[in-house]
Design a protein around this ligand. Structure first.
Ligand SMILES: Nc1ncnc2c1ncn2[C@@H]1O[C@H](COP(=O)(O)OP(=O)(O)OP(=O)(O)O)[C@@H](O)[C@H]1O
Length: 650
């Protein structure tokens, strides 16, 4: 074991004790630092493989500051700390540690934590390399295909998504020019593997700008030769002056950008570049810059090839560039039964796609009824454990005195009433997955036992004399704020860190109201089939109310309401759906309730108003598409997305 470990700990006795434990286990200790300054020097001179990091140290700076540097240098680290308050915990969590040990800990805990950290670090590197080599393979395939420039770039966009998350991507030359205006492509993500692709004309139309206004924004958009990113406030500042970035941010509500130039490809001094935009305001980080630098040369070669085989000379491409093409690939069906296409849900799909194949523990958080159990089903179904046991345990529903025997099992005669041997849930889940729902409700004394299962992958039946090895993947879920639970002493910090290897936060329904129309459609179809009733939709008034409601019970509440309404509907359309009055916002006009409409509601209302004027007619002269100045196909897809049905508005 040639591992060099740096100990960053200001308590001399504790540091020395740690050194002895590590050396006994065969690790090399390359230094002990008492402050962040000392640690920085040792990191520089000794290049440790791993750092054990106390949070509060001698001097003003804390271990959390050092952690950020370690992350940038790709050095794994484990925090050593006593239970801390919520603020410190959140800051520590944000640095993505490779482990967390709560003092005092046993030698065994330390060694297991080290093994896990090494495993995750190597696994992380390995999965990164795997993803990157898969991307290179995809590029080779794309290059060998006989397809047009836009089709090829679309495939590049799809291949880039798992490496660089984005909601909008631009590819083209920086600055103004004929070549650029005909070849720049814009990719709006509208599904898991689905994009709407437009040229400049398409963007011009959606942004509602004149072509010369857009060209002038384009001229002002400078792209340098370096990979750069802007998140949140710095992105806002970047967009405070006119540019293409401002147009995109304003039109599609973006909050971060990563600019990835390919300086070797230039035309009359203009550099070819990709820009990735995200609606989240913290998406991009140094790791994306490093990734871009690693894939830059292969992507450059690939784009050069695509440009070479583009048969139509750029100057001959005229304005007849298809205003919109879209793509949909097979993989859209992998999340069968999980309805919605909001960017927040697409982010969740990306994370599931990333984590499902491995054995990593997953912690799903989110309000009650947001679909945590649904997501757990999906992770198991997409993993290599599919077809093996999937055992669900609701920790809140188990009586405290039965929970241990339920989870671990017991031997015959282990306690009064144990007349038979019982195989516990962990054993039942062997080779498969166990889903621990409502983990935040697990009593503290059981948490210690669960921690042992997670660390040692073995259990002991109550009254049993030997340990039993189990091979299980753990998915846990809670609607509680676990950080708060830890800070208030109700949840063990070390267990929290062991479960939180891969956190998955589900958005509430009120954060993704644009998914309501498709969820309503889905539940109506489901309950119509189930009850044998023929219901085709909800009236426009009902949809308005559903969109204005804030859904404290999330999807479950919506599902229950639709189930009830399907049963009670008098005709083919649900005309009445009673929502709790207190929480329904008035929808008649924004002046009445003082609430400003969202862009989504505004767009929906405007389209409905136009459709009403045209008696539901979409195409042709005086059709809604003509009045709205968008292609009928675009209007069709917008109506679908916004839950507008022609028959209900005419
Ligand atoms: N995206 C979705 N598409 C369709 N149905 C969904 C979706 N998400 C959840 N549901 C349905 O909503 C209901 C509630 O979901 P689920 O039980 O998974 O929520 P939960 O977050 O685990 O709730 P709790 O915290 O109360 O246990 C279920 O009937 C589920 O099938």
């Amino acid at each position: 074991m040639n591992q060099k470990i740096l100990i960053v700990e200001d308590q001399f006795i504790e540091a020395n004790h740690l050194r002895l434990m590590l050396q006994r286990a065969g690790y090399g200790v390359c230094g002990i630092a008492r402050s962040v300054d000392q640690a920085e020097e040792l990191v520089e001179s000794e290049k440790p493989n791993l750092v054990l990091l106390d949070i509060f140290l001698t001097g003003k700076r804390t271990g959390i500051e050092l952690a950020e540097k370690l992350r940038d240098s790709n050095i794994p680290f484990i925090y050593l700390s006593a239970n801390s308050n919520e603020e410190v915990l959140n800051a520590a969590k944000a640095t993505h540690p490779n482990g967390f040990l709560v003092k005092p800990f046993r030698e065994k805990d330390l060694l297991v934590a080290l093994q896990i950290a090494e495993y995750h670090h190597e696994n992380g590197l390995e999965s990164r390399l795997r993803k990157e080599s898969f991307f290179q393979k995809q590029l080779t395939e794309i290059n060998s295909e006989k397809a047009g420039w836009e089709q090829k770039l679309l495939k590049v966009a799809q291949a880039l998504q798992p490496l660089i998350p984005f909601d909008y991507m631009v590819a083209g030359y920086s600055g103004e020019g004929k070549f650029m205006s005909n070849n720049a492509l814009f990719f709006l993500r509208i599904g898991f593997n689905e994009y709407q692709v437009t040229g400049m004309e398409g963007l011009q139309m959606v942004a509602n700008l004149k072509m010369d206004e857009l060209s002038s924004s384009q001229t002002k958009t400078v792209v340098g030769p370096e990979v750069t990113f802007f998140n949140g406030a710095s992105f806002k500042k970047l967009c405070s002056v006119p540019s293409m970035r401002k147009v995109i941010a304003d039109t599609f509500h973006m909050n971060a950008v990563l600019i990835f130039p390919l300086p070797e490809i230039s035309d009359e001094g203009k550099i070819f570049f990709f820009s990735f935009y995200s609606r989240r305001n913290d998406t991009y980080a140094e790791e994306h810059v490093a990734l871009c630098n690693r894939i830059q040369s292969v992507l450059t070669k690939s784009v050069q090839n695509m440009l070479k085989v583009e048969t139509v000379p750029p100057s001959e491409i005229d304005i007849a560039f298809p205003p919109e093409i879209s793509s949909q690939s097979q993989s859209v069906t992998i999340f069968d039964g999980i309805v919605g296409q909001s960017h927040l849900l697409l982010n969740v799909f990306d994370l599931i796609n990333q984590v499902a194949p491995g054995d990593t523990s997953v912690l799903i958080t989110g309000e009650s009824g947001t679909g945590k159990e649904r997501i757990a089903d999906s992770i198991h179904a997409l993993s290599s454990r599919k077809g093996k046991p999937f055992v669900k345990v609701n920790c809140a529903a188990l009586p405290v005195n039965l929970i241990e025997s339920e989870l671990f099992g017991h031997e015959k005669g282990a306690f009064t009433g144990a007349t038979e041997r019982r195989v516990g849930r962990f054993e039942q889940a062997d080779t498969g997955t166990i889903f621990l729902d409502e983990i935040g409700d697990m009593p503290l004394e059981m948490q210690v036992k669960l921690l042992r299962v997670l660390q040692e992958k073995e259990i002991e039946r109550i009254g049993g004399k030997s340990t039993i090895k189990v091979n299980i993947r753990i998915i846990a879920a809670t609607n509680r704020n676990l950080e708060k639970e830890v800070a208030e002493g109700r949840f063990r910090l070390d267990l929290y860190y062991r479960l939180n290897v891969f956190p998955l936060q589900l958005p509430s329904l009120s954060e993704r109201k644009e998914d309501i129309p498709s969820l309503v459609d889905h539940f109506i179809r489901y309950y119509s089939r189930k009850t044998g009733r023929k219901i085709s939709g909800v009236s426009d008034r009902v949809m308005k109310n559903l969109l204005a409601y804030d859904w404290p019970g999330n999807i479950r509440e919506l599902e229950n309401l639709i189930e009830r309404s399907v049963l009670l509907a008098k005709g083919l359309v649900i005309e009445d759906a009673t929502l709790p009055l207190m929480r329904t916002k008035k929808t008649t006009s924004q002046e009445e309730d003082g609430r400003m409409k969202t862009i989504f509601e505004n767009e929906r209302d405007h389209i409905i108003a136009v459709l009403k004027k045209c008696n539901g007619r979409i195409r042709g002269a005086f059709g809604a598409a003509e009045i709205l100045d968008i292609p009928p196909t675009t209007l069709g897809s917008k109506m679908k997305k916004l839950g507008i049905k022609r028959e209900f508005v005419s």
